[in-house]
Design a protein around this ligand. Structure first.
Ligand SMILES: NC(=O)c1ccc[n+]([C@@H]2O[C@H](COP(=O)([O-])OP(=O)(O)OC[C@H]3O[C@@H](n4cnc5c(N)ncnc54)[C@H](OP(=O)(O)O)[C@@H]3O)[C@@H](O)[C@H]2O)c1
Length: 430
């Protein structure tokens, strides 16, 4: 079984190391030795430290390597949309199996890869693209195929989870916590993809596609990052017995016309400290899956890093190698449900709103009237302070996002509302 390895960076170098260290076991498990036919990189002269591999295997001609007749499986751990898409489409169309960790490409244009796999009758595996080492996509795509998944809620970005966990533990603000994450190597020099939620949105699209048998792309995902989460928000959450997490939430349900549809969003939200996702700290990932027959399932582990990600890549390599040797294909893309994505305005969410208000009679009634006008039901109200410290904390019941947003907009315009200190969504039954 001959592999073309495209990329030899953080993940690729660990794939090389694991293939070498576990060669005997892998041969026994697959039923044939797995050999590296070539390794494509961008810079031939880069110092890669001691790698257990013949230097003559390195090339900068990735496409040439993919096209070689002696390659059975193409493993792409380069990242980005192009040229990775061209390489994978070429491999799959020509009947080679492909393994990739490329969430950005799968979320933007996974359809092209799946179409190429169907055309070439080839396997496409991508376990490492979501939640690193955690076996998650295989359970969604195989183990749960007899069930109906209703909701997937996940912490799928380690950097933002580290930052929010630090803010929760120390009371630090976002900037301070980001600095700590950068110093410790949890955040990249340019953290935009993580802190603005792009990385989590890509993963949300992949999860929603698999869970709901529909093609969902990154563009379908409502996305908000964590840059606006303040120390005051974290303190408000604590006062409610909650913590703040960047959640990816994909759910299935009726749209405003009653038709079956999916809602996919990524945003910070308060969750009760008793929720299983609340205890997921540091840079760990966890995904909570709800299915009609199975009930609640929780997947937890390391979501990134060379070695954990390489573990998932190796698992895929073993799977595709076995399939090739026994002349079978993995289940192909399942998109028969073809569900539309509901606009964010129709998503049913709950809000926690903290208002600085004038200290005078009738304020509560006026504020409550605004909620009633937008048909948003109030679950709890907490009133505290006097004079310049007077504040109201309102937590709503579930309501369409558009109604909640309109309520906040109208509250902002009231002269009795001095400022809106924080608006956060609440998830998980607090
Ligand atoms: N790192 C993680 O924890 C993690 C977790 C989950 C998924 N992933 C995904 O895994 C993939 C790889 O991530 P990584 O962290 O290993 O990236 P990385 O450390 O930046 O490595 C990228 C590799 O691709 C090579 N490369 C870049 N452009 C190329 C080109 N045009 N032709 C040939 N080779 C090229 C680079 O070559 P040089 O070495 O010569 O520069 C390098 O070896 C990405 O899709 C990422 O999203 C990563």
């Amino acid at each position: 079984m001959r592999l073309a390895l495209l990329g030899c960076g953080t993940v690729g170098a660990e794939v090389v190391r694991l293939l070498h260290e576990q060669a005997a076991d892998l041969t026994a498990r697959v039923g044939a030795p797995i050999e590296i036919a070539g390794i494509a990189v961008r810079r031939m002269g880069r110092d890669r430290g001691p790698l257990p591999v013949d230097p003559a295997l390195f090339t900068t001609d990735a496409l040439g390597l993919v096209k070689r007749d002696d390659v059975d499986v193409v493993v792409e751990v380069v990242g980005g949309i192009e040229p990775a898409r061209t390489w994978l489409v070429e491999a799959l169309r020509s009947g080679k199996s492909a393994v990739t960790a490329n969430k950005a490409l799968l979320a933007e244009d996974g359809g092209s890869l799946h179409d190429a796999a169907a055309e070439g009758r080839a396997d496409l595996y991508y376990e490492a693209s979501v939640a690193g080492a955690i076996p998650l996509l295989r359970p969604l795509r195989e183990s749960l195929h007899g069930d109906r998944i209703t909701r997937v809620t996940g912490i799928v970005n380690g950097t933002t989870n580290f930052i929010l966990s630090a803010m929760d533990a120390t009371g630090a603000g976002f900037t301070e916590a980001l600095e700590e994450a950068t110093e410790l190597g949890y955040a990249e020099a340019d953290p935009t993809a993580d802190v603005e939620g792009f990385d989590a949105a890509a993963k949300a699209a992949i999860l929603a596609s698999l869970a709901f048998h529909s093609r969902v792309t990154a563009a379908d995902v409502h996305r908000e990052g964590i840059t606006e989460v303040t120390a005051a928000d974290v303190a408000s959450a604590k006062a409610m017995g909650c913590t703040i997490k960047l959640l990816c939430i994909a759910s299935r349900g009726p749209d405003s016309t009653g038709a079956d549809s999916v809602s996919v969003r990524v945003h910070p939200a308060m969750i009760p400290r008793t929720h299983p996702l609340a205890s997921v700290g540091d840079a760990f990932n966890a995904v909570f899956v709800e299915a009609e027959a199975a009930g609640q399932l929780m997947f937890y582990g390391r979501g990134a890093g060379g070695s954990p990600t390489a573990s998932a890549v190796l698992g895929d390599i073993v799977a595709v190698a076995r399939n090739r040797l026994s002349g079978v294909r993995a289940p192909s893309e399942s998109v028969y449900a073809d569900l539309p994505v509901r606009p964010m305005g129709e998503a049913v969410t709950r809000y926690h709103i903290s208002l600085d208000v004038a200290d005078r009679a009738g304020v509560l009634a006026t504020v409550a009237g605004v909620f009633a006008k937008h048909d948003v039901s109030i679950a709890t109200v907490r009133q505290s302070g006097r004079a310049d410290d007077a504040s109201l904390v309102v937590v709503t019941h579930g309501a369409p996002e558009a109604a909640l947003a309109a309520t906040v907009e109208q509250l902002r315009g009231l002269d009795i509302v001095r400022s809106i200190a924080s608006v956060l969504r609440v998830e998980g039954g607090a």
